[in-house]
Design a protein around this ligand. Structure first.
Ligand code: SF4
Length: 485
């Protein structure tokens, strides 16, 4: 029997032997070509096999349209909730100096004696005051560099000033230090512990891989010192107060399983399989350090399979980028992530204060400035007001040109509901903020990773899905499977 229904907005694309449909609520559905055709032409009958699924996922509506539109609008607002907490992350470059000389350093760090690249206590205070002007109820101050512990006076000054201001502001206040750990002393760790500062550090794999790129200025590898300091940092600040990030280079890309094993051996409970960014020394040394996006995504898939297998063998360990994307695909919740959101998180989710008080919408924009292009400078903490910096033309242009829902190439992409934009990288690659898709390296990587994840969702292997839900809900796999309960 013929059926009357309204078709709600959705995107679709070919996916292996089927078509993948995704709507604005973030729901997805695999469908045969003939059924898709029937659906679009309004030829569905009461016997159509996809009818119940498409109705419950709001691809089609029967009866009152306004209720369905309101429901989709509510879900859309929920997914975009991250926009309402305007600028939570405030990064401060306490110095561009570094005691290390990592071959892929994105900021092209200066030698540890180049004091002219230190943030002064006045700039530190003014930057903290600027951060507290944000309407967000949460303020996260990320202290970074170079190596931020080299400018300890600015670090303690920033923390103490933030705590003082927060006595009256009463916001949720968090501190993070991004440190290579090799310059950290016991006294410094005790201070970080006392002030509840989280530690974010870097680890590229076992010694022979880590030491290829993460070296001291003398050329000596940093793995051994790093390991000692990691142990001390955990014993003083607490095990969970220390997390690590890895960078994929030509040196470790073929040995990703070993990198994962090392993270597990050292007690980390997850990894972010992160590709190289085209900034600073990483750009200069790209011939020696780089690889194709295709190779990266192939290794990403292999490593993901390896991690899933480890989970099934009793090791609770997650891949963070996969977890983020799966949360977007499988849950209705808002998942702001500065590097992949629409509009872009640059400036509206995170902002960075350079050592001299210049303000940039993202670390990459500051790196671009270090490479000689200050296109994205939003202002300076001493010269410009909060409204001038955060309501100025730089941020307005970034927002207006990073909404995937209206960007050429993205607006019809089946993955747009889950994806985001990187206007600064577009500018670097194409000379304009909008860039081109699907040919950009950013799009190629994201599209390939979405393909990998949807392939697994289409296969519906119950073991893999259990692992995915364990990651999304941050529970042990045994608990998700109700084993031993
Ligand atoms: S960046 Fe690529 S994958 Fe993402 S929405 Fe745009 S076209 Fe799709």
């Amino acid at each position: 029997m013929q059926y009357n229904y309204h078709i709600m907005p959705f995107q679709f694309g070919r996916f292996e032997d089927k078509y993948l449909m995704v709507n604005e609520s973030g729901e997805y559905h695999f469908i045969d070509y003939i059924e898709l055709n029937n659906f679009i032409k309004g030829d569905f009958t009461t016997n159509s096999p996809d009818i119940n699924s498409l109705k419950s996922k709001q691809f089609m509506v029967t009866g009152d349209l306004s209720n369905a539109v309101n429901m989709i609008a509510t879900r859309y607002r929920t997914r975009k909730h991250f926009i309402s907490s305007f600028t939570t992350l405030h990064m401060m470059v306490l110095t561009v100096r570094c005691n290390q000389d990592c071959k892929y350093c994105q900021v092209s760090a200066e030698s540890d004696t180049a004091m002219q690249y230190d943030m002064s206590p006045e700039v530190a205070k003014k930057s903290v005051e600027m951060a507290f002007n944000s309407p967000s109820n949460s303020i996260k101050i990320e202290l970074q560099g170079g190596e931020p512990s080299l400018n300890w006076n600015a670090l303690t000054g920033a923390i103490e000033h933030a705590k003082l201001i927060n006595k009256s502001k009463k916001k949720k206040l968090e501190f993070v230090i991004c440190t290579n750990l090799t310059n950290i002393s016991t006294d410094k760790l005790l201070y970080l512990k006392e002030n509840g500062v989280y530690i974010s550090t870097s680890l590229d794999g076992p010694k022979y891989l880590h030491d290829k790129n993460r070296i001291l200025r003398s050329g000596v590898g940093t793995y051994d010192i790093f390991l000692d300091k990691l142990k001390e940092a955990r014993s003083i600040c607490g095990y969970d107060a220390v997390s690590a990030l890895m960078t994929t280079t030509i040196d470790n890309i073929e040995n990703m399983n070993e990198v994962v094993d090392e993270y597990i051996r050292l007690g980390f409970n997850g990894i972010f399989l992160r590709s190289l960014n085209p900034y600073g020394l990483a750009a200069e040394n790209s011939t020696d350090l780089g690889y194709s996006i295709k190779r990266f995504t192939e290794k990403f898939e292999e490593t993901l399979d390896y991690i899933i297998e480890l989970n099934l063998n009793g090791v609770d360990f997650s891949e963070y980028f996969t977890t983020l994307l799966l949360s977007r695909i499988l849950t209705p919740f808002s998942t702001g992530f500065v590097d992949l959101q629409s509009p872009s998180g640059a400036g509206i989710a995170g902002v960075i204060y350079d050592y001299n008080g210049d303000v940039y919408p993202a670390d990459e924009a500051r790196m671009l400035a270090r490479m000689g292009d200050t296109k994205f400078k939003m202002g300076n903490v001493f010269v410009d007001s909060y409204d001038e910096i955060f309501g100025g033309s730089v941020l307005r242009e970034i927002v207006s040109k990073s909404i995937v829902e209206i960007m050429p190439g993205c607006s019809t992409c089946m993955y747009k509901t889950y994806c985001g934009a990187d206007p600064i990288r577009n500018y670097l690659e194409y000379g304009d903020l909008i860039g081109k898709r699907p040919g950009s390296s950013f799009c190629e990587k994201n599209m390939a990773i979405f393909d990998i994840l949807f392939k697994k969702l289409k296969e519906k292997d119950s073991d893999t899905l259990d692992v995915f839900w364990a990651w999304i809900t941050r529970r042990p796999l045994k608990e998700v499977r109700l084993e031993g309960i």
